[in-house]
Structure formats: structure tokens, C-alpha cells
Design a protein around this ligand. Sequence first.
Ligand SMILES: [Zn+2]
Length: 317
Amino acid sequence: MPELPELDVLVENLRAQLTGMRVRSVRVVSVAALKTFDPPVDVLAGHTIAGAGRRAKYVWLELDGGSGGLKSEARAQAPEAEAEPSVSPPVGRGSGGQSGLHLVMHLALGGRLTLGPKPASRKVAVLTVELDDGRVLSMTEASTQRRAAVWLVGKLDQVPGLAALGPEPLDPDFTVERLGEILAGGGHTLKGMLTDQRGMSGVGNAWSDEVLHRARMSPFARPERLGEPQVAQLHAALVQVLTEARGSLAEQVGGRIEIPRASERLFAVHGRAGAACFVCGDTIRSVWMGERETSYCPTCQTGGRVLADRRRSKFLR
Ligand SMILES: [Zn+2]
């Protein structure tokens, strides 16, 4: 699943490629993915894309300057949008400038967006948006799990999952103190806590492995027991790893919408079990926590200890 660095680059490129384009037609290929019915997606025909945004693992296109208000930087540069009324306006077919709609997409595990002269194959397509310059934005899902989801809403908080999200680690108000408060809640392993979108959002299985390796902390550490210096160390690792990843990915993909699965060459430990740690030379290990494989370096992170799987004991702490 794409995480914060991949999705930030994706949104940046969506904004650059699509802002100002008019929608010619929208087609829902996977009906199960569509979570809203009013307004119907056909109303998007004739609307202009005003920007793109992201929160956690949700990505959206903003049409005709709508104001959702969950994340200010997500909006196109239109300060007057702040003053728009927050009630959902009535929506007419191709009604142009007034309607303020958000096409919100959750890419789930195998989801991605592509932009090209043709729509993606029906086998993988979830939704296609044809633009008036002939290009087609396709949302696809390769996984058989079919968890990708789409909403068409006036306001972003009409998407149920968007309301319950924790802060983003690269937001300016995500301070060491804020992280400390989240960790003090406990109730998870440190790895579980970093990836729980209600605590903080945007970090998933891959980048949490990387952050913990940088912070030199065990994925099984108890978050509520971290001292102040350790919280600061973890905060620094989060900010550094995610910022570096975003920069490297942006360089790697250029202006393209097709963001690669976080490239292996960017990872220090994730998916590298059996290979040597770049920092200390020890062999990277992996351990299963529930359904997820977590990679770590024993020397860097667990005082040399090899962790036992927690597949069967996920309720033990
Ligand atoms: Zn190491």
C-alpha cells in the first residue's frame, strides 16, 4: 500500500498534471468500490479539476474549487475558497464553478492511478476519468481483495474514515510533545502504534520499518515506556525518513502519476530479510505480527535479539 511519501509525490504530480483540466466523462468499472450514490458520478462531466489533496491514505481530486477544509495545503491556491459556505451546495449536471465536489479515492493494498491516452484494462480498472484533452486517469486495483474505495462528496468529512484520523507526522504541529502524547496512550507495540491511522496517519508497514531502524528501536517496544529522549529520537527518525523518502521518490518519478511501489533501493530494512544491514552488517530479519511481516536489524534495533513471530499470540502483550 502506498504511504505518505508515495502519496505526497502522487498528489503533487496530480495537481501539476490535472489542475485546470475539464472532465469529459467518468466511468465506474467496479461498482462495489463506489461508496456514495448521491450525487451520482456522472455529474462530474463538465466540471474543472481545481486541485488535488491527500490525508493519510486518502487521495482526492477537487472539482470546481470546492472547499472541504480538512487540510488547507490540499486546496488549489484560491484563498477565497476559505470563505465559501460549508453546507453542501446543490449539484447540477455540469453546473460549473459553484458546486465544490471531491472525488476521494482510497487506493488500498494494490491500488494505483495511471494517466495515459487509454483507460486501464477492465480487469484492473476501478474508475476512469476521461479529460477533455483526451487523456484518461484510471484508478486500478491489482489485488484480488477489492478494497479500493471511491466517494464523491461535497465536503471531505462526509467520508467516514477521514474524520477519525490522527495527525500527519510531517505537519508543522506534529511536535515531539504531540508524539509523546500519542505514544503515552499505549495499547499497541511501537510498530502497531506507528501504523494505526487513528494515532498518526500516513505511515504503514514499509515506512514504519524504516523509521524504527533509523530510530534504533524494536518494533515490539512498548510505546508508553519510552523516555523523553527516546520520543525525541523517534520523532527525528519519523521526520527524517519520511522527508528523505519523499525527496528521493520525487526525483525518481519526475512528473509522472505512476508512482512505483516504494523502490527497494530506498529501503534500509523493509523487505530485505536475509540481506546485510547497511549500518552494521548484521543480517536483517523479519518477524510476523498478525498478518504483517516486519523487517528489522537485530544489532541496530533489539540488542541482538531475534524476535519470535506473534501470529498466534497477537492478544498477548
Ligand atoms: Zn544494523
